[in-house]
Design a protein around this ligand. Structure first.
Ligand code: CA
Length: 267
């Protein structure tokens, strides 16, 4: 018996695909997915569309342009996902099973979600567009539409969301430049790694809000990285050390059993 080959051990656990070619493909794809997931600048989109073919086309197209995309095929699932994951933008079809796009958007806004919504309306009717905007949508596209136009409207909505207005986020004595990624605490520069920066920026965009480990993992990594709670704790530790954030008045507070919170002002 030689020493176990780690690749073989993993391949052996890969249920249903004993073929080494399948395993190699799987391995390559997971590697690519991991590389893409590691880009903290990646915007996370939710597409709610019950026509599976169109949903698939939108997902692939948006992913090719660098967005992370999740799909929901009805309004109930869409609402559940939109309330548990901090998306940067939602592409929302109006005619949906279970809960239509207008009702879903209204419920989202009633929960004080400000996530930009780009609504897909089926008919070129003024009433539909007015109803869409009244329900809280930020923009709409009439089907059928050119994918280029969807992309352009997506970019415009993400810009409007504030990325390019004032690039510097200020929370307590922290200054976070979202363009240059320079961070200062009480005027002194703080050197952060890409991942540490991404986590801090996420907190700074949600001051005083308790963020769960899952939310942090989903925002900074990707949907598949939800079981990384101990990794999050390690990164929070790094961040605190670099920010000199300790003692009673720390900015990054541990909320026992829930997650973490960046306080807008030290107590
Ligand atoms: Ca539909």
């Amino acid at each position: 018996m030689g020493s176990p080959d780690p690749d073989e051990a993993i391949a052996g656990n890969f249920v249903g695909a004993p073929d080494p070619y399948d395993y190699a493909t799987y391995n390559l794809l997971s590697h690519v997915a991991f590389m893409l997931a590691c880009d903290p600048e990646r915007m996370r989109l939710l597409v709610v569309e019950d026509e599976h073919k169109l949903a698939g086309v939108l997902k692939r197209g948006l992913e090719e342009h660098g967005y992370a995309v999740d799909l929901a095929y009805d309004g109930e699932d869409g609402l559940a996902m939109a309330t548990t994951t901090p998306y940067d933008l939602i592409v929302l079809d109006v005619m949906l099973p279970k809960l239509d796009g207008l009702a879903m958007c209204q419920q989202l806004r009633a929960q004080h979600s400000h996530t930009p919504v780009l609504m897909l309306t089926a008919r070129d009717a003024v009433d539909d567009r007015v109803a869409g905007l009244d329900s809280g949508a930020d923009d709409y596209l009439t089907k059928p539409f050119a994918f280029r136009e969807l992309l352009a409207r997506t970019r415009a909505l993400l810009r409007r969301e504030g990325r390019s207005k004032d690039p510097v986020l200020r929370v307590a004595d922290l200054e976070i430049d979202t363009v240059s990624h320079e961070v200062r605490r009480a005027g002194k520069p703080v050197e952060l790694t890409t991942k540490e920066y991404a986590i801090l920026e996420y907190f700074a965009r949600n001051p005083n809000r308790v963020l769960t480990r899952t939310q942090i993992a989903e925002h900074v990594w990707d949907y598949d990285f939800v079981s990384m709670s101990n990794v999050i704790d390690v990164y929070i530790g790094y961040l605190r050390r670099k920010l000199g954030d300790d003692g009673e008045n720390r900015l990054l507070r541990t909320i026992r059993g829930t997650g973490y919170q960046l306080r807008a002002a030290p107590a």
